[in-house]
Ligand binder design. Structure first.
Ligand code: GDP
Length: 471
């Protein structure tokens, strides 16, 4: 209760402080006072206002941790994760592979690592939806010709061959249910679309998940990715060796800077290091009272080796956990070699083990890291800043927010939307300045709304509940 009192008093104080300061600034402007004195007051607001906010952020966290539901949320999130993993284990390890229903995916998509992992996420979701064991065809993989198991653990201990008494192409959940083996094409051409595609979340999981996580669809994708991302001992050793060398521990901010072909092919816009670092700085300030003072630690992953040197030069006040010898392997020429595979697995792994991510969600690498990150925290859905898109799953329906609080545009000409609770908006850009871009599904209007007024939507879908997955 003391914490509640402190918090409510700091809300009051901040309110008084801002009102007084902003009124004062307004008066000074009206009186045509000189610029430096006005600037001085603005600087105070930025500094002191942020310090007060930072205390409030810490207080909020403490409050959440002591509200009696904290342990329940932690436990529920962990239990739901374990449940999904158990179901996947069950699905993937049938007692009799010769009789098992199978769905086959091939790892030959012409794209990068993140894109291929998302291809497999879609395959695994469809396997879950159809209760068919996912068989992975990965010989001749562009990253490692011997296939998936060069670096990752097999998807099954009992069933990895795709033979069967009958075989057909995918035709939907109820189509050819008796056929033993179904071949699933890539998502770009699949017809009909599987029902399990994001934003779908299994109905029986979503009920509790909604109470503990801010973006259930990301959580669900994260759990599927978690099952896929089980490392071979050799890969695990490689990563733990790197973790020791980099001294990777404690609170770390992850920064992913995607350049090279993504920019030259105009798939994404280039962003400068400073833009990423301003969000790192902001996170650092907002959390400074909740942890002991030390050099803020940043894990910087990039396909542009020059960025690491630039970061070390320009930001000596941060400790960059980077191994310069590995960042070279991400260059375009060697992108699909086995060495580059270890590099990108390592970068994805470390990014997913950070406390906060700053990147461009147009990149599948960072989206994958963000999805995996959810499996390590009770709710890390808000622990990111994306310089371009909001999170989405390519090929799924996405970026929908459900409006919780009504919004009436405060003034004309700001391009704001009028919204009512329950409205759904398509929101592909969060400007991270308090406002997000949106298109109302109800009226078709396009405009801005205050980001806090909406929550990320997911779609409740009735999927198998695996009552026998009890081991
Ligand atoms: P996207 O193109 O960024 O959406 O993601 P993809 O995974 O489809 O392709 C990007 C490819 O570039 C990856 O598979 C890597 O080979 C390489 N790459 C991009 N960012 C990084 C990075 O931070 N580290 C490493 N090692 N490789 C990267």
């Amino acid at each position: 209760t003391q914490m509640v009192r402190v918090m409510s008093s700091s809300v009051d104080t901040l309110h008084e402080y801002l009102t007084a300061k902003l009124n004062l600034i307004n008066r000074l402007i009206e009186k045509d006072e000189d610029k430096t004195s006005i600037q001085g007051h603005l600087y105070d607001v930025l500094r002191e206002g942020r310090e007060q906010l930072s205390h409030m952020v810490t207080g909020m966290k403490k409050l959440q941790e002591s509200d009696g539901f904290h342990t329940w949320r932690q436990k529920t999130s962990r239990d739901l994760g374990a449940l999904v993993q158990r179901r996947l284990q069950f699905l993937q390890n049938p007692e009799d592979c010769a009789k098992a229903k199978k769905i086959v995916c091939t790892l030959d998509k012409e794209c990068g690592f993140g894109c291929q992992m998302h291809h497999l996420v879609y395959c695994l979701a469809t396997a879950y939806e159809t209760e068919r064991t996912l068989i992975l065809n990965s010989k001749g993989w562009r990253y490692a010709s011997d296939g998936w198991e060069t670096v990752f653990r097999p998807l099954s201990n009992t069933c990895t061959d795709d033979s069967g008494s009958s075989r057909a192409k995918w035709g939907g959940t109820n189509h050819r249910n008796d056929t033993q083996v179904i071949d699933l094409p890539i998502l770009d051409i699949v017809k009909p679309l599987p029902r399990s595609l994001p934003l779908a979340v299994p109905e029986d999981i979503l009920r509790d998940l909604r109470l503990v996580h801010g973006n259930p669809a990301v959580w669900w994708v994260g759990q599927l990715a978690r099952y896929l991302f089980r490392l071979q001992p050799k890969t695990r050793n490689y990563i733990s060796g790197a973790a020791r060398k980099l001294n990777f521990h404690g609170i770390v901010v992850g920064v992913h800077i995607r350049r090279t072909d993504k920019i030259t092919t105009k798939e994404a816009t280039r962003h400068e290091l400073d833009e990423y670092m301003s969000f790192v700085e902001d996170y650092q300030q907002m959390t400074q009272f909740s942890r002991p003072a030390h050099l803020p630690r940043v894990y910087l992953a990039t396909d542009d080796p020059d960025v690491v040197a630039e970061a070390r030069r320009k930001y000596p006040q941060y400790r960059f956990l980077n191994d310069l010898s590995t960042s070279k392997s991400a260059s375009e020429e060697t992108r699909y070699s086995e060495a580059s595979l270890l590099g990108i697995i390592m970068d994805t792994y470390f990014l997913s083990r950070t406390n906060f991510l700053v990147c461009t969600f147009s990149s599948q690498v960072c989206r994958l890291a963000y999805e995996l990150m959810q499996t390590h925290h009770t709710d890390a859905s808000a622990q990111y800043r994306s310089l371009d898109d909001t999170w989405y799953f390519g090929g799924g329906s996405h970026q929908l927010r459900e409006i919780l609080l009504a919004h009436i545009p405060l003034k004309d000409g700001n391009g704001e939307l009028k919204l009512e609770p329950g409205d759904l908006v398509y929101s592909a850009i969060d400007n991270h300045n308090g406002y997000s871009n949106a298109k109302s599904l109800k009226t078709g209007e396009i405009g801005l709304f205050p980001s806090y007024k909406g929550i990320w939507a997911s779609k409740s879908v009735k999927l198998p509940t695996y009552p026998n997955a009890t081991f």
